[in-house]
Each structure stands twice: as structure tokens, then as C-alpha cells.
Design a binder for this molecule. Structure first.
Ligand code: SF4
Length: 529
């Protein structure tokens, strides 16, 4: 969730929102309040100072949710907790733990995010220490999951098993995540900072829209290293990351990433306005270029990097690895389940964990498209696995199930204009029922406000929430965007000038997809159509 704030100082408010947040972070490091949060849990919600509640809690993955009140007449605000899951790597014990926590403390409400994390909702301050202790017992934390620090380092969920990957980059992603999270040197960044490190041939973690996107590439001499992109981000000002003219060896990458985070941390010009504090604004507003950025990295690490080499960005629009596929290890397969809009109930999670224990090696992974993978299934057990997996969910899903992603929306997000989760689930199911023959891959992304956490800018069809006036009554609706893409076909989607109420969108999109299906030339994408 984005926390764009008003940065205009007024007479009766002596400091801007950005100055206030910077002051609060300086006065007391957000990561230092874990014991305070445990005390607030004992003393009650009223004991929480506003500076902690509004700023420092985020460093522990905690936001107050929605309007801060419950739906059962409670007066006390509830919390969303994001659980940091580097590279999306999980064990069945972790999955069972979060399912049990969701049942016991979160009204069964659990979402998979598009950065390979879980989010719990409806937590009371009184329950947070117990939730932390349960997470800790399986090696898990919410530290650094939100706030002005390096967020979870993402990586290909099939790291180490995908037969097409150039390198298993997950050890680097995990090492970088471990080094940065909780590190006092990187505790106060101007804003959130998103890193992905991947050896995936399909760039499934969207390096183009991260602050740092490291993608593996093979040099002519056979050495696999990384290209690094910097300054990607969406929100109200989409900016695809700038590729640095360098080839970074695997052993150099952690140091290079740390240098980049250091550049961001030291860019005080970004600390003036929360809405313009992401690293992309160094390129948009402050004159940085790929060459000047690389020169500063080389100055910080103390050596020159080799020049960039030829690369071929991925062609495909799907980057989700869904379905059952053979692994690079002979005789083993992985199975990726589609979880529509990332909303999953605890019972289904437990069932997936059971499958991982029974048929795999007990490991699971989360994808950046809000889905779950069970790896390491022996070929001879695949038939039995698939029979049992059918009760869990979609291993082979329609383009609408598969391509629909949504942000948190008004159910839990304070900044939302409209509800997104239930809407996107209803929309995908309606399109699936109305267009059973539609087989083209599509990305249908739904976002509840202009902050674009649902990534509508990179979708074939993106929907951004708006309020519409219908006969004097305010109803929820969406602006339609079309033609976004990444990889070999990078482009941000454009607003087509059509908006409709949530109720009218199934009809409108049925027409759009029908005409597209009938008129497109070959495998023409929405961007080319
Ligand atoms: Fe992000 Fe969605 Fe919340 Fe807007 S409504 S801030 S896009 S999660």
C-alpha cells in the first residue's frame, strides 16, 4: 500500500508531511520500537503515540486498516500485518502457521501480495506479540515489510528448479535481504525501496518496475552475470527502470545493490516531498542518467564494472509459471496453482501445505502474480498429485483467472477509492463464463486508487478505481487503461477515455475482449492492436 501524503505546509501546521515523517524517523529509529509495540499490546490501543502508529509501526509491517474500525461495532482500530517472505520461499510449517494465525486472529482474511508476501488482516494490537512469536517459531518476521526501508527482496519462485533459468539467484536475493533488513545503516530511506534479483528467463518478478532489478544474462564467453536496472516504479507517475551500461558478476552484485541503496539513502533532495521521494525521481526530476548513476556506484564500490552485453528481454506477456512443468532436475516437476486476485482462505492454504508434504519435499513458493507453487514432485506421483490437487484449486486456469491481479482496495486500505478484491474475482469469473473460448494470454490488473499497487500501468487491460455520479448517487467505478507491457514490448498503458461503474464493467469488458479476439491479427497484443 502506498502512503502518499499532502506535502503542503499551512499556517497552522508548521512542518510539511514529509518534514514530519523525517523528524519522527530521526527522533527514534522505527526498527527500535518492537518492545514498545509489545508494551502497547499489554496496555491497549489508547497507549500508542501517534508518531508510532502513523510512521514507525510500518517498519514492522503494520498499518491500521480501512477506516480504522471494525464491521462489528468495535471502536478499536485493527491492523494489517505484512509478512516478509524473501524470494517467496516457504516451508509447509510456515504456511500452516499463517493459516492458523489467520483463523485465530485475522477472521480468516489472508492475501498473497504481488511482492510474494502474505498479508493478515483484522489483527488487534493485543494479538500482535503472539502473532510475532508464532511467526518467529518458523523463522519468519514482519520486520521491514512496510515503511521507508528496503522491502522484501523478490526473486523467481522457481529459482533452482526452472529448467530455463540462467542461474539460481535465490542465494544472492536472500543474502541481500538478510544484509539490508534490520541494518541500522539502511533503516531510514527517503521512501520504500523495492529490489528484485532473478535468474529467471521470463523476468517473472518484474525488474522493470523495481527500484533495483537485477536480471541474469549470459556473456559471449559463457559467464553468467547480471544487468541491473534502477529507478522503476508505477504509482501516479509510471517510470520503467533505466538499464545501467554494466555487466555485474554474481559475486559483485550484493555490493552493487548495497551501493545503490546507499545512493538512494543519501539523496536528501528526495526527502522534501513524500509524493516525489521514490528513486525514479532522481531520473525524472534531478538529472541523473544511467551513466552518472553507474559512475557513482563505481565510486562507492571502488572498482569499475565490465560493460553491458547483448540481452534479449522476454517476449511473453505471461510471467506467472502457472501449471505443471518439468524441473531442471530429471524426474521432478513443479505445480503452480492460480489464486484469483491473491485471496486465499486458511483451509485452502493448509490443503496446499499438505500436498507439499505428501508429494513434494515440504517446500512452497509464492509468485509475484499472487499464486502458489509446490515444487519437487516426482514424476511417478504426478497423477495422484493432480487428482488430489483438483480439490485445492486451479492448476490449469482460464486466461481471466490466470491474468487477474488486484491490489488491497477499500476493504482494508485507507487510501482506496473503491473495493477491488471481490470486484476483480467477480469480474474474472463473469468473463470466464461469458467467453469460454477466449484463449489468448492477458493481464487484467485492478487497482483501487491512482497509487497503482495493482500495477494497472503494465497490464493489457488495467482498471483504476474512481467514484462516478449516477443520477445524483455516487457509485464505484473504474477508468479503463489499455496496452501496457514489459520485456521486449515495454510500454505503459494509456487511459482510453472510457469509464464505467463496477456493475457495468463485465458487459463492457466482454465486448472489448470479444472484439479483440475477433479482430486481432495473429498474436497481436493489446498494445499493438
Ligand atoms: Fe495501493 Fe490499492 Fe491502496 Fe491505492 S487502494 S494505495 S492502489 S493498495
Amino acid at each position: 500500500m502506498t502512503d502518499v501524503t499532502d506535502d503542503t505546509a499551512t499556517d497552522d501546521r508548521k512542518e510539511t508531511a514529509a518534514q514530519r515523517v523525517e523528524r519522527i524517523k530521526r527522533e527514534k529509529a522505527p526498527w527500535s520500537i518492537m518492545d514498545d509495540i509489545r508494551r502497547y499490546a499489554r496496555e491497549g490501543f489508547a497507549s500508542i503515540p501517534v508518531e508510532d502508529l502513523g510512521v514507525r509501526f510500518r517498519a514492522w509491517g503494520l498499518y491500521t486498516q480501512g477506516d480504522g474500525r471494525g464491521t462489528r461495532g468495535e471502536e478499536q482500530p485493527f491492523f494489517m500485518m505484512r509478512v516478509r517472505t524473501p524470494n517467496g520461499l516457504l516451508t509447509s510449517a510456515m504456511v500452516r502457521t499463517i493459516a492458523d494465525l489467520a483463523d485465530r486472529y485475522a477472521r480468516g482474511a489472508i492475501d498473497i501480495t504481488n511482492r510474494q508476501n502474505f498479508q493478515l488482516h483484522w489483527l488487534r494490537i493485543e494479538d500482535i506479540p503472539t502473532v510475532w512469536d508464532a511467526l518467529s517459531s518458523v523463522g519468519w518476521t514482519s520486520q521491514g515489510a512496510c515503511g521507508d526501508n528496503t522491502r522484501t527482496v523478490t526473486g523467481c519462485p522457481l529459482a533452482g528448479v526452472d529448467h530455463e533459468e540462467l542461474i539460481d539467484a535465490s542465494p544472492i536475493a536472500l543474502a541481500v535481504d538478510r544484509f539490508l533488513n534490520g541494518n541500522a545503516d539502511y533503516a531510514n530511506l527517503p521512501r520504500k525501496f523495492k529490489i528484485t534479483i532473478t535468474g529467471c528467463a521470463h523476468w517473472c518478478t518484474y525488474p522493470e518496475i523495481n527500484d533495483v532489478g537485477a536480471t541474469a544474462v549470459r556473456r559471449a564467453d559463457g559467464v553468467v552475470g547480471f544487468h541491473v536496472r534502477v529507478g522503476g516504479g508505477l504509482s501516479t507517475r509510471p517510470h520503467l527502470a533505466v538499464k545501467l551500461p554494466a555487466f555485474v558478476l554474481a559475486e559483485q552484485l550484493p555490493e552493487v545493490v548495497n551501493a545503490i541503496v546507499g545512493i538512494f539513502r543519501d539523496s536528501d533532495e528526495l526527502r522534501q516531498n513524500r509524493a516525489k521521494a521514490r528513486m525514479k525521481f532522481l531520473f525524472i526530476n534531478h538529472g541523473w542518467t544511467a551513466d552518472s548513476f553507474l559512475a557513482e556506484i563505481e565510486r562507492r564500490v571502488g572498482y569499475s564494472l565490465a560493460p553491458a552485453v547483448e540481452e534479449h528481454p522476454p517476449e511473453g506477456r505471461y510471467r506467472d509459471h502457472l501449471g505443471v512443468q518439468p524441473q531442471k532436475q530429471p524426474g521432478l516437476h513443479y505445480a503452480a496453482f492460480s489464486v484469483l486476485s491473491g485471496r486465499i482462505d486458511p483451509e485452502r492454504l493448509r490443503a496446499v501445505a499438505r500436498l507439499a508434504d505428501t508429494y513434494g519435499d515440504g517446500s512452497l513458493r509464492l509468485t509475484a502474480t499472487q499464486n502458489v507453487v509446490v515444487p519437487n514432485i516426482p514424476a511417478e506421483r504426478l497423477t495422484a498429485f493432480e487428482a488430489e490437487a483438483a480439490v485445492v484449486g486451479a492448476l490449469r486456469s482460464s486466461p481471466f483467472q490466470r491474468g487477474t491481479v488486484s491490489c488491497t482496495g477499500s476493504e482494508f486500505c485507507k487510501l482506496a477509492i473503491v473495493e477491488t478484491k471481490q470486484f476483480s474475482i467477480r469480474l474474472a469469473e463473469a468473463l470466464e463464463a461469458r467467453l469460454p473460448g477466449f484463449s489468448e494470454s492477458i493481464k487484467l490488473h485492478v487497482t483501487g486508487c491512482p497509487n497503482a499497487c495493482g500495477q494497472h500501468w503494465i497490464a493489457d487491460v488495467g482498471l483504476q478505481g474512481v467514484l462516478l455520479n449516477q443520477g445524483g448517487e455516487q457509485v464505484e467505478g473504474f477508468d479503463v487503461f489499455v496496452g501496457g507491457g514489459l520485456g521486449a514490448h515495454s510500454a505503459t498503458a494509456h487511459r482510453v477515455g472510457f469509464r464505467a461503474s463496477a456493475d457495468a464493467l463485465p458487459d463492457a469488458l466482454e465486448r472489448l475482449f470479444s472484439v479483440y479476439d475477433a479482430e486481432r491479427d495473429g498474436d497481436e497484443s493489446f498494445r499493438e492492436w
